[in-house]
Structure formats: C-alpha cells, structure tokens
Design a protein around this ligand. Structure first.
Ligand code: LMR
Length: 342
C-alpha cells in the first residue's frame, strides 16, 4: 500500500514539474512541429522610439509569427525589468534571455569593449558594423564565454554628441572645469580628463534626474537617446561632435541558447537576424528624425562644428590611442582602422 502511495506521489510530482517546465525559457514542452513552448525575456534600458527597441520589436514579431505563438517574446524597455547595474548579472543567471547593452558598459569584463569610445574612430554605422562583424569584433563579442554569455550580433545606435548646461562648446578649452556623465569605462574617462573635465558614470535610468539636479553639467549621447529621454529639457547647449559612439550587441545566456531544440533555435536565430537587420536599417533614420524633433522643440541651443574645429578636437584627443594601445591591443586598433577605411 505504502509503495502504491509513493508511486502515486512521484507521478504527481512529475506531472507538476512537467507543467512548470512548459513555462520555462528554452526548456518548454514541444508541440507537434517540434517547437518548444517558451517565454523569452528581452530587457533593455532605452525608450521605445529607438533603434534598439525597434530591433527587439522586429525580433519579437518574427519569432512569434514563425512559431505560431508557441514562443512568446516579452520586451521590457526603459529599465523596467533590469537596468544598467543588474541586467548582466540577470543574464548570467538566465532570469532574462536577451539584453543589448551599450558595449562601453562591458569594459569591466574586457577593456576591448572600449572600441566605441575611441575618439573619432568610426565615421558612421557601416564602419562600426564592419569592425564588429569582422574577426576581431567577433572575438571580442565571444569573450564573455566564461560567464555563460554569448555575444551574437552588433546593433548600432550612432555617433554621440555633447550636451551641457554651462556654455556652447566649440573648442577643447570649453570643456575645462565641467563635469560629464559617461556610460562608463576607462577611455571615456580619459576623453574628459584629457579635455580638462571631470566625469562620472551614472546609470541611464538616473541620467535625466542627475542632469536636472546638477549632479553633472552634461553628458554625451546619440540624438535618439537625447530626444526620446528629453534630455534637451534639462540641458541648454548641444554640440554635434560624433566623437564617440553608442554601439550595442545582442547577448544571450549560453545555457538557454544551447538548451533549445533544433526547431526552436532555428526560429529564434532567424529572429535575431531579423532584429539585427531592422536595428541596422533604422539606426541612422531614427537618429536623423530625433535631431529634427530636438530642433523643432527648440529647447536646446545647437552648435555645429566647422571642419577646423573638429580637427582641433581630433588633435587634442589623439594621445588617448597611445595611452590605451597596450590594454586594448594593437591588433584591435589595426582591425578597427581597417574597418574605418584608414
Ligand atoms: C546610455 O547609457 O547613455 C546609453 O548607453 C543607453 C543605451 O542603451 O543606449
């Protein structure tokens, strides 16, 4: 009798576990066509009218349609699930299956993620894409393997521009004594110290308030981030610099990625490709539109630099390359310069 009760109990436990399993990411129950019923979470920190969110949306639509709704992709924008401080750890723990952070936020894991912060390296998205799709870029994206994290594809946002509350910036000397928020990393810190300014790394979700309350005088970002987060409401001057970049990559948890069966993985992989295509196609247009909106709102005074003024900044920031050559690698510099057509 005891044995029968035990058997019944074990059967019940098995049934409950199987039912729970169908809710888990990458390990769900299979339908007739072999696709696993799965919920995938994609967390990011920016607003919805941005290249990153549009890429995530395209990925969601593709995956849900191709899997006949068996795979659900939940997107959490605006740091609503995880923010800059905790999204990586939660990817490592598989609490989220996709994140697409600004690569300069990963410099603590590998200083080579400083590439988007190297001054005036890439002129446009295509050059940055060529680097990250190339051998060195792919190697850097793959460098988080020990954490169980896989870098899949680079998604661009664009060149960064400087905003502040003190003065219109037209020359390196204008930076003196100001304090800027950065996304993080040794190279961005060096950019500001070279120009005689201070810097502090602040999470994106806290940036508007930090600017509003004067914790820092300014920040650097893409038009799309400045417009969608309304930083022009709390900043008086913007200089179009294009001196550094926001570039992302889409990262996943290796265990989740490898845990999918063939049919499921094929759909998710194709979804990542679709998201990549849209993010890459939309980045420039969304940034151009954002600049138009900022101009229309008229809240911020915009300065465009002359080619001579840009040269002055390039000369001032050139020593940064030598300073970081050992840490980032001469081979990475070479590959980046090649991608930049130099
Ligand atoms: C920032 O923190 O300013 C940006 O990196 C946010 C983002 O993901 O574009």
């Amino acid at each position: 009798m005891k044995k029968v009760t035990l058997l019944l109990f074990l059967l019940m436990v098995g049934f409950v576990l199987a039912a729970c399993g169908s809710e888990e990411s990458g390990g769900g129950s299979e339908s007739a066509d072999g696709v696993q019923e799965t919920t995938i979470k994609f967390s990011h920190v920016v607003a919805e009218n941005t290249p990153k969110h549009q890429g995530a949306l395209a990925m969601k639509e593709y995956i849900e349609a191709e899997s006949d709704g068996k795979i659900t992709v939940e997107i959490y924008p605006n740091s609503s699930l995880f923010g800059d401080q905790d999204e990586y750890q939660n990817l490592v723990s598989n609490n989220v299956q996709f994140i697409a952070p600004d690569l300069s936020k990963f410099v603590g894991n590998n200083p080579q993620f400083n590439v988007p912060s190297l001054p005036f390296l890439f002129d446009n998205d295509d050059e940055a894409i060529a680097f990250w799709d190339g051998e060195k870029g792919t190697e850097i994206l793959g460098s988080l393997e020990a954490d169980g994290v896989l870098g899949l594809k680079m998604w661009p946002n664009g060149g960064k521009h400087v905003t502040n509350n003190e003065r219109a910036i037209t020359s390196p000397a204008d930076f003196k004594g100001l304090k800027f928020r950065t996304q993080g990393g040794q190279v961005l810190e060096a950019v500001y110290s070279t120009l005689g300014a201070g810097s502090e790394s602040i999470p994106f979700s806290e940036l508007y308030t930090a600017l509003d309350q004067g914790v820092v005088d300014g920040q650097e970002n893409t038009f799309s981030n400045i417009e969608s987060k309304k930083f022009d409401e709390v900043q008086e001057f913007m200089t179009i610099m294009n001196h550094t970049r926001v570039d992302y990559a889409i990262f996943t948890n290796t265990e989740f990625w490898e845990g999918m069966n063939e049919e499921t993985k094929a759909i998710v992989e194709a979804g990542v490709e679709e998201g990549t295509k849209v993010a890459r196609e939309e980045a420039l247009t969304l940034n151009e539109k954002a600049l138009e909106l900022i101009k229309e709102r008229g809240e911020i005074e915009i300065t465009e630099l002359t080619p001579e003024q840009v040269e002055e900044f390039k000369t001032a920031l050139e020593p940064i390359y030598e300073e970081f050559e050992e840490e980032i690698g001469a081979d990475v510099y070479e590959a980046a310069r090649e991608a930049a057509g130099e």
